[in-house]
Ligand binder design. Sequence first.
Ligand SMILES: [Zn+2]
Ligand SMILES: [Zn+2]
Length: 719
Amino acid sequence: MKPIYHNIAVNRPLEQLFTYAHDTLLPVGRRVVVPFNNTTQVGIVWQSDVTPEIEVDKILPIQTVFDDEPPLPQQWLDLIEFSARYYHYPLGAAAFVALPTAMRQPEKLSLPKTEEYWTLSDLGRQTTPPRYPKQLVLWNALFSGSLNRQMAKQIHTDANKYLQQWLALGYLKIADKQQPVVLEQKIKLNTEQAMAVETVLQQQDVFAPFLLWGITGSGKTEVYFEMMAEVINNGGQALFLVPEINLTAQLLDRLRRRFPAVETAVLHSGSAKTARSWDYLRAMNGTAKIIVGTRLSIFTPVPRLSLIVVDEEHDNSYKQDNDLRYNARDLAVWRAKYANCPVVLGSATPSLESFQAAQNNRYRLITMKNRANPNARLPEIEIFDVKRQKLNNGLSDKALNLLEENLKNKGLSLVYINRRGFAPALFCGDCGYSFSCPNCSAKMVWHKYQRVLRCHHCDHKIAIPKACPDCGNQDLTAVGYGTQRIEETLKKHFQAAQILRIDSDTIARKDDWSKARQAIENGTADIIIGTQMLAKGHDFGRLNLVIVVNADGSLYSADFRAVEHLFAELMQVAGRAGRAERAGKVFIQTQLPHNPLFSFLKNQDYQAFADNELAQRKQFNAPPTVYAAAIRADAVKIQDALSLLNNALQNFRLPEQVTVYGPAPQLMTRLAGRERVQLFLESPNRQALHTAVTQFSQQLNNSISGDIRVSIDIDPYDC
Ligand SMILES: [Zn+2]
Ligand SMILES: [Zn+2]
């Protein structure tokens, strides 16, 4: 028999495909195992029935074919090819970044069981429906569509019992095909919400990117749900992306309550290996109608993709900062274009990239300016100058008075500080010695209760020193404030109050968070101390006072995006206050009260902030007014990394319209024992930039040697 040749993408950081032989024709997208440099590698058939470009007697046979698995579809292969090209990353490696762990291994997958779906039989349809309302909901769902046991149980906890009964009476039959059931929404949308839904749904079968700019509390989630309901009813699937920190039990609960009878796939890096590959496959074979997940779920094959929603589209966690450095928000727009469907980017504080796109009419802007609860009032924001104030371990007298008053009124307060640990640094008052991480350009953070100094970048730990290693002084001083130090201060000050600290040190285990939530909801907590973890995605109806301890760090930062992030973060924290009927108060301590950011914040005026910030970016030629790529190199010795970039630059003819900045050390030069440098290529023309990156990386590949590592970051976030 004549062998048939296939080009295979293997899980190696290599640009090219490799040719292998097999007796029969394999479909594109099939997972296989192939011999590779004396090892066995998992591979994906990328091209079938090819004419080999190497001598045929050198071509090895494919070892194993996983032919009981469904092949990855062409749309997925196209997505990977685009991502690899756009982010300048090897195709084979890109393909495997995009797969769940179980599929990255040269092993057979366990496949999800096919479940039986039930619907009413002809006899059932002619029978009088049950009288009890909850049974009736179940009955109606079986009347209008089909349910499996799991979904039936989500509608009615005793569903199993009724399914048995009705089956015995001949009222049910196995459904020939799965027909999702979308129950009616119980909440009525307000005019703005309804308009938003209608605007998007008018464009159901065409590529249409929308920016949904809705203030905190305007009810964006109900809008997403309503749009999802409609596309599912029309036989489509919806992809719903959320930031890492927002994929909470609370959100999944809401989703299940709204769509109890719709199969949902949940994809995030924390889900168990088998569960994740099953969810991936259920999305891929069309069974799951809703696919919800963090950034990596953007790579899920969705055959009937009819809507993409990117919630909190400005969030940093959509950007992956290692390996394939993709931005899930941007890939979402590409996928919507490919699938000819609408994509909705939602935020209260859109990224400047998206806001500019809306101003240039590349995206359609939908605004929601009112809170969904008409009685809820916007919080009052006070900017408080602490320059000449005596602080009580980080808190002004005024902040303490506000907390005391709120305690008396039985309100719930949040003290927000985006730094965990006790103090960001430990310092010798006599000689000025401070404790730095030996591996990173960073100070070690003092964790008082664990009695360690700890690096938040590489997790290096040392016991708390008893004296200064330089001069022997035993009186070391804590500099700055972290959550633990604020907790200590507040506990001393408000001895009767219930104080709850929420940061990644207290919320380490799975049920820690639900315990904390319960304390908040039951009213047992009076004051919460929290980091960014708490700023996002959680609703605490009672919360009516927010104290921001110190927001100034970002205003000194050399990172041009720091101010944009700070504004989004503070707007988000402020939005936590007064979601219910009691107006909230937000009190921000700063040493820089005249920074323009604070006046935009005080007026809760995103538009003015964005206009001002975009004008500055334009003036300094920074993204989004230009396109940028960062070329980074790291090595044990900084000189090695620098000369690699410098040499490549010397042999490189800079294309027209492209500007180069650097090379220079990164802001945080030393990380985990390596010195990091970078240069930026920028251009107002995207194509010119990509050509330059391709040519430059060829120069780099010609001269790279030793232990130097190189990476390319398109549309980078870090600097
Ligand atoms: Zn000293
Ligand atoms: Zn470190």
